[in-house]
Design a protein around this ligand. Sequence first.
Ligand code: NI
Length: 164
Amino acid sequence: MALLHILRYPHPSLREKAQPITVFDESITNLAKNMLETMYEAPGIGLAATQVHEAKRLLVIDVSENKDKPLYILNPQLVDKSGEIDNKEGCLSFPNIYANVTRAEQVTIKYQDLEGKEHILEADDLLAICIQHEMDHLDGKVFVDYLSLLKRNRIRKQLEKKQR
Ligand code: NI
């Protein structure tokens, strides 16, 4: 396994729309395992393939306390959502930036696992928030897009300063 480089905002590839996965082979499994290791190492609770410069519809998530319940989510599709929850979010592409975002409190998604088998997942609270945040990445959307232009510009300046 290997650690992958996580793209930092405002890298233009974070705006790319990821493509569906149609072949469930060893290269996808390897990518997923490397993404999981990279996420644990960071440390974080979710990572989208977009963030490691792979425009594929693949997420890894683990919101468990002991980091022993990894989820590999391929080709996720939102089936249902309800409620509203406000939470302070961060993102591995935005080091040390946190901001309040309102999301659905419960979501139901349809996705495929590493073998291509279909699953339905009903999630709430932190897992639901994480799924929505990571699914946004697959469409080139990041959490600061929910903030005002003023706040977004402030965050962009902060991150650009750090990268110089
Ligand atoms: Ni993120």
